[in-house]
Design a protein around this ligand. Structure first.
Ligand code: ADP
Ligand code: MG
Length: 238
């Protein structure tokens, strides 16, 4: 049994069918990178896993448990978005603590978790600042920290680095790789950057028009693309 299982998932918005029968199995500790062109349904898929969108048909299971009917806060999942979505009027420390506070985690435990995550992401010196006083890279670190403090079983990333400049993107990529190696959490990571996908993924899934085209190791997908679309998208050798 895989840790995160998606069976026959359909999602429609009115008459528009966006996800058309997705089957996906992500092993515990796997780093799955989901790629595909703009509008193919990547964010919609993450949103259904997180519970931010309902499911039209199909089932999502985490650790064997059906989560379709659970609210986002009842799922052991944290999501990091492209826009940082930090609370502008709260300090970094407050931003980090907010989710824990909502869950009724006692202050002592919150402070300990914040300290731990701040060290991990090297943002200890920023704890008293407001988001407006941070650079883009620092904000993205705080956004990651906010997801990390809860120690979720599953991490969802929706193009987290696409607002950063090229140099920072490479640095943060290595940081995320390091975090995954040390924490061993299960990650589903969306990007449209093929190099990012090849660098980070233990498994790659390629989505086109709401249908999965291929699912496999970076090596398989790159060297053995299952169709022309995948070959073209991954820039496989002819
Ligand atoms: P991606 O993240 O791959 O760029 P999305 O999942 O954001 O793609 O969008 C897939 C399709 O679903 C797009 O055609 C988009 O317009 C449509 N869509 C996404 N969210 C909604 C919504 N809330 N209502 C209507 N259509 C939506
Ligand atoms: Mg998207």
């Amino acid at each position: 049994m895989a840790f995160l299982e998606i069976d026959g998932l359909y999602k429609s918005f009115g008459q528009t069918d966006v996800l058309k029968g997705i089957d996906l199995a992500v092993e515990e500790g796997d780093f799955l990178v989901l790629v595909g062109p703009s509008g193919c349904g990547k964010s919609t898929l993450l949103n259904t896993i997180a519970g931010l969108e309902s499911v039209t048909k199909g089932e999502i299971r985490i650790a064997g448990e059906r989560v379709n009917e659970l609210k986002p806060s009842e799922r052991d999942i944290a999501m990091v978005f492209q826009s940082y979505a930090l609370y502008p009027n709260m300090s970094v420390a407050k931003n980090l603590a907010f989710g824990l506070e909502m869950r009724g985690v006692p202050k002592e435990e919150r402070d300990r978790a914040i300290q731990e995550v701040a060290e991990m992401l090297q943002i200890e010196k920023l704890l008293n600042r407001r988001p407006g006083q941070l650079s883009g890279g620092q904000r993205q670190r705080v956004a990651m920290g906010r997801a990390l403090v809860r120690k979720p079983q599953v991490f969802l990333f929706d193009e987290p680095l696409s607002n950063l400049d090229a140099k920072l993107r490479v640095d943060m990529r290595m940081e995320i790789k390091r975090l995954h190696a040390s924490l061993g959490t299960t990650i589903v990571y969306v990007t449209h950057d093929q190099i990012e996908a090849m660098t980070l993924a233990s498994t790659i899934a390629i989505l086109k028009d709401g249908i999965l085209q291929q699912f496999g190791s970076p090596d398989e997908v790159y060297n053995n693309p299952s169709n022309l679309f995948v070959a073209d998208f991954m820039g496989s050798p002819a």
